[in-house]
Design a protein around this ligand. Structure first.
Ligand code: 13P
Ligand code: SF4
Length: 303
């Protein structure tokens, strides 16, 4: 399958970008694997004609916002995101109208329509810096992730009005299971994504975006880690650290997997199909795209 993908990529001058929450074989096959910030930078810089985005819809949409003249395709159009879905553009607009004197910061996990209504975008890798870039006297609306918002409020000391959204993967990690794992593996460090609830983050030795977590385990001398994010990241962690042990944090439903059901809709078979037929194409209303590009560029310029 790797050879077929290679041939199709050459035929269409395509580049494959993949998020760390994809299946290990998709990560290994991709031209570039990264977190949301790195992927948006990579999408903005590519000279390929076709971008095959192995991630979820809002990520492929972001690639299209910065590349109006390129074909952006996604293996499965149903690969959505609970955070993006929690903020429908019409109610988001009403919320902004109720807070007229606020700067609107939106986490990149939102639709192009919501980006178009925002002043600046952030990712989990740069949320603190983006918030700190706003003058202290300005009031801030932060959407759609209330857990990331709460974490950033604590880190920056800034007060923000938060949208009530959450990630369905990160919000269900079990604090009880985490405490049990810490007792069983007292040497293990806890690393967690800021999309987790505060009851998980208070136990964390290190908090960061998927890339930051991977970099942390690469540079730390600790031998064991409890992983408080989607377990797709463990593939990169293990590859770079064969002698270290990585323990995925279970959810409160008893499942030890915690895989994002949207991310995992993408498969190698669908990738081949997608490249063969150049489907499923992301299209955007030009007015929305231009409006969404502004806050996205504002983020890319400052961090
Ligand atoms: P990052 O890639 O910014 O760490 O975000 C994780 C995530 O949930 C993406 O959907
Ligand atoms: Fe959305 Fe959470 Fe899945 Fe990321 S892991 S795509 S935030 S549902």
């Amino acid at each position: 399958m790797f050879d077929t993908i290679q041939q199709l990529k050459e035929k269409h001058n395509a580049v494959i970008l993949a998020h760390y929450y994809q299946e290990p074989e998709i990560q290994d096959m991709a031209d570039f694997v990264g977190d949301s910030l790195e992927l948006s930078r990579k999408a903005a810089a590519t000279d390929a004609d076709v971008i095959l985005f192995c991630g979820v819809h809002f990520m492929a949409e972001t690639a299209k916002i910065v590349n109006p003249n390129k074909k952006v395709i996604i293996p499965d159009m149903d690969a959505g995101c609970s955070l993006a879905d929690s903020a429908p553009a019409d109610s988001f607009k009403e919320w902004i109208e109720q807070h007229p004197d606020h700067i609107v910061i939106s986490y990149i996990n939102c639709s192009a329509d919501v980006k178009a209504l925002s002043d600046i975008i952030c990712t989990s890798a740069n949320a603190k810096k983006v918030v700190e870039s706003i003058p202290k006297h300005k009031k801030i609306l932060f959407a759609p992730d209330r857990f990331l918002g709460k974490y950033v409020m604590k880190e920056t000391g800034r007060d923000m009005v938060l949208w009530n959204g959450s990630c369905q993967v990160h919000e269900i990690f079990s604090e009880k299971a985490l405490i049990e794992l810490k007792v069983k593996h007292p040497q293990a460090q806890v690393v967690a994504h800021p999309e987790c609830d505060e009851n998980i983050l208070i136990h964390a030795d290190f908090i960061g975006s998927t890339s930051a977590l991977i970099k942390h385990v690469n540079s730390s001398s600790n031998q064991q880690y409890i992983i408080g994010t989607e377990p797709g990241v463990i593939h990169q962690m293990q590859k770079n650290n064969l002698d270290k042990k990585f323990i995925p944090l279970p959810s409160n439903t008893g499942c030890a997997c915690n895989e994002c059901p949207h991310m995992r809709l993408n498969t190698m078979e669908k990738i081949v199909q997608s490249l063969e037929n150049l489907e499923h194409e992301i299209t955007l209303d030009e007015e929305v795209r231009v409006k969404a590009l502004k806050p996205l560029n504002r983020m890319l310029e400052i961090v």
